[in-house]
Design a binder for this molecule. Structure first.
Ligand code: GLY
Length: 565
């Protein structure tokens, strides 16, 4: 059962080989006859591929990849965060798991406001008070319990070894450790082990020995190895040392929830996505219902006309998001209404292709946005045709930056995804309403959108990405890139992305190829354009018409890596 060190060495060597060079530019992504894994880090992908080659199913691989990302991709892969998974088995049955963090029992509506009722800067973002009760471990164990076939110990062992023996970091990772060093020191003190005298460099070896011990606890004791015993004590002690709210009782009470995926159709395809407390599923289905009212193919890929249409759809859908969406266990979310084609036809009927609508006309508000590619996603298809789409997050890079002493992992700052004060934006510039206000044990609204696409009763695509509020629009575009614009998976992922979200009232366009007349055309329609370096880090899989699986990983935006066999 124990993976031999040779396997680990092979993983590390393979990771450094030219086949994963970030300079490769395939038009077609890696192809697999039977299976494919696409994730944010080559080592995590390889752990998943190995599980599948050893006869594990897509769920087994998802469990192994999730734990591996907690080690090799610590900025977003996590034990101290949460996420969502949507799966589709080869018999066509589907399911959705909500392992989103919850507000601690001692949380309260105005906990981030000062006496004058204003939001206190950074309180929901940095430090112990920003952390919600972590859901990742309960979620991944529930997924395994329901659908896994391999023993948990076999799936978690590669991650224990990666944490214990170490792995070499990429340039992207070195940069992010260096960038965050001040915040690491501010929150964890001057001796924090991720802050060195010299700067981190690509190729440095990183070990997480405390994390290896925590993973061993989970391997040997399951849920109790994290939500009870020594690890729970370490979390509670950490909370007490910094004024955090999570208690032993919160950890014991945490419970991931099975939910019914939401579905809608798009040009003869069935789209299967995550229900609330994700806003992403509802939003992407609304966007696709809107796009279907137009001949997007004839309008062309990334033309001014198409970007204008997407923007007009997005401003209406994000306004709905702000008003109606939150935790369904606490608020009556009108999902049926929002997914009713008649509602959406009416909602989008005010769109003109000749001029932009002013967002202020749709609903009032004035907000700023800070960009983020945080969070992480992976997609898996196994040789039997089972598929998993899983997005997981600490919210910001390294969450609230609190590293649980002794336990070796970062805690999330997911409390910022609540509306600390209705009408005041969070770090993504997203405005929320009453549906997303803070209550004890409530789940905060999310944009994470793990999604599957079916055609003629068969799996067609597995898609997802990080990116905060841009998650929804990146997924929207990648699905249209394949279905409307006839692209393969890698091309669809490579394509320049745009984003708008009701407020602020402007369009973000990546600093990637776009015809100059497109920007002029959009400005003529009244839009304000801003360029952004990149948005999202997608990990997707396409079942091609010839039956082969094509991976589409954002290798040119991040370290993302797809591999199949
Ligand atoms: N924390 C980002 C999201 O859940 O959308």
């Amino acid at each position: 059962m124990k993976i031999k060190s040779l396997f680990l060495a092979l993983l590390v060597c393979a990771c450094q080989s030219s086949q994963i060079s970030t300079t490769r530019e395939p038009e077609v992504g890696p192809l697999g006859e039977q299976a494919m894994v696409s994730s944010a880090h080559p080592l995590a992908t390889k752990v998943g591929v190995e599980v599948l080659k050893n006869g594990g199913n897509a769920i087994d691989a998802a469990v192994a990849v999730k734990f591996a990302l907690a080690v090799v991709f610590p900025r977003a892969g996590n034990l101290g965060g949460g996420g969502f998974a949507v799966y589709r088995l080869n018999d066509g049955s589907t399911g959705a798991l909500d392992f989103r963090e919850k507000a601690p029992k001692n949380a309260s509506r105005n906990m981030y406001l000062d006496e004058a009722g204003n939001v206190i800067d950074n309180l929901s973002l940095i430090g112990h008070k920003a952390a919600g009760v972590p859901g990742s471990v309960d979620g991944i164990l529930k997924l395994h319990e329901k659908l896994g076939t391999k023993p948990l110990a076999e799936l978690i062992q590669p991650s224990i070894e990666l944490a214990y023996y170490g792995f070499t970091i990429t340039e992207d990772q070195a940069d992010e450790f260096n960038e965050k060093s001040e915040e690491f020191v501010e929150v964890n003190g001057p001796d924090f082990f991720l802050v060195k005298d010299q700067l981190w460099q690509a190729g440095d070896t990183l070990k997480f020995t405390e994390l290896a011990a925590t993973l061993t606890q989970i391997r040997d004791r399951g849920r109790e190895g994290f939500y009870g015993g020594i690890v729970a004590d370490q979390i509670v002690k950490e909370m007490q040392s910094g004024g955090g709210l999570i208690t032993e009782e919160d950890l014991k009470a945490y419970n991931a929830q099975w939910r019914n995926p939401i579905t809608s159709s798009y040009r003869g395809h069935k789209i299967i996505s995550m229900p609330p407390p994700s806003s992403g599923g509802v939003a992407i289905l609304q966007l696709l219902q809107g796009a279907e009212l137009y001949d997007v193919k004839a309008m062309g890929h990334n033309t001014a006309e198409t970007i204008h249409l997407m923007t007009e759809l997005e401003r209406r859908v994000y306004a709905d998001r702000a008003t109606h969406l939150g935790d369904p266990d606490y608020y009556d979310i009108p999902v049926d209404m929002l997914l009713d084609p008649e509602y959406n036809k009416e909602r989008f009927s005010s769109i003109s292709l000749k001029k932009k609508t002013d967002s202020q006309e749709i609903k009032e508000g004035e907000v700023e946005i800070i960009e983020s590619v945080e969070t992480t996603h992976f997609s898996i298809v196994d040789p039997e045709g089972n598929a998993v789409s899983l997005t997981t997050t600490l919210n910001s890079f390294f969450g609230c930056k609190v590293y649980v002493k002794g336990a070796g992992f970062f805690l999330n700052n997911e409390m910022d995804d609540f509306s600390a004060k209705p009408g005041v934006p969070n770090q993504f510039g997203l405005v929320g309403g009453e549906a997303n206000s803070i209550l004890p044990e409530k789940r905060m609204l999310s944009s994470m959108t793990p999604t599957l696409v079916e055609k003629d009763g068969k799996l067609k695509m597995v898609v997802g990405t990080p990116g905060g509020s841009t998650i929804i629009t990146s997924n929207f575009q990648v699905i249209m890139n394949v279905i409307d614009h006839g692209m393969g998976m890698q091309d669809a992922v490579n394509a320049t992305r745009t984003h708008s979200q009701w407020l602020p009232d402007r369009i973000l366009i990546e600093e990637r190829p776009i015809k100059p007349n497109v920007i002029k055309g959009l400005e003529k329609l009244g839009h304000v354009i801003e360029r952004r370096k990149s948005m999202g880090r997608m990990d997707c899989i396409l079942v091609r018409d010839d039956g082969k699986l094509e991976g589409g990983a954002d290798y040119s935006r991040g370290d993302n890596y797809a591999e199949g066999f």
